[in-house]
Design a protein around this ligand. Structure first.
Ligand code: FES
Ligand code: FES
Length: 149
């Protein structure tokens, strides 16, 4: 079947199977920042925004995105880069495999929350796993980025 979506502000027609998931469709169409770690809603690597809300693309059927706006890290390059610099400064960037999904969640948090507490930040990030960093550097970077030191 064919769907039409807006990916990073560009309208695209996509051919998808009825049982195809959005992470696979996006990669098929060259959006290679979208990664899969678990395929079972556990790791957050596949996080993209659908209509500006963080969504796990590994378990979102592609046809459900029809007519909707999808944003990946390629579409928020400037903001992602700004946050990535802070991550590096805090020593929180290691293998980087989790970064695209993690950064999409952090940028969504910035859009959604005003002056979050540490507990709220941690709760918001519950779905994004990182096997390398131990999270403390990431937490420092997020607090700096959100201006809630
Ligand atoms: S690949 Fe989607 S949550 Fe892990
Ligand atoms: S930096 Fe390696 S998984 Fe997060």
């Amino acid at each position: 079947m064919q769907i039409e979506v807006i990916v990073n502000l560009k309208k695209i027609k996509m051919e998808v199977d009825a049982n195809e998931f959005l992470a696979d469709t996006l990669r098929k169409y060259g959006i290679l920042s979208v990664r899969k770690g678990c395929d079972t809603t556990c790791c957050g690597l596949c996080t993209v925004w659908i209509d500006d809300k963080p969504t796990l693309s590994c378990t979102t059927l592609s046809f459900r995105a029809n007519g909707r706006k999808i944003t990946t890290i390629e579409g928020v390059h400037k903001e992602a880069n700004e946050f990535a610099q802070i991550l590096v400064a805090e020593g929180a960037e290691q293998c980087g495999f989790c970064s695209p999904g993690f950064i999409m969640t952090v940028l969504a948090m910035k859009n959604e929350l005003t002056n979050p507490t540490e507990e709220t930040i941690v709760h918001y990030l519950t779905g994004n796993l990182c096997r390398c960093t131990g999270y403390m550097g990431q937490l420092r970077a997020i607090k700096t980025y959100l201006g809630v030191l």
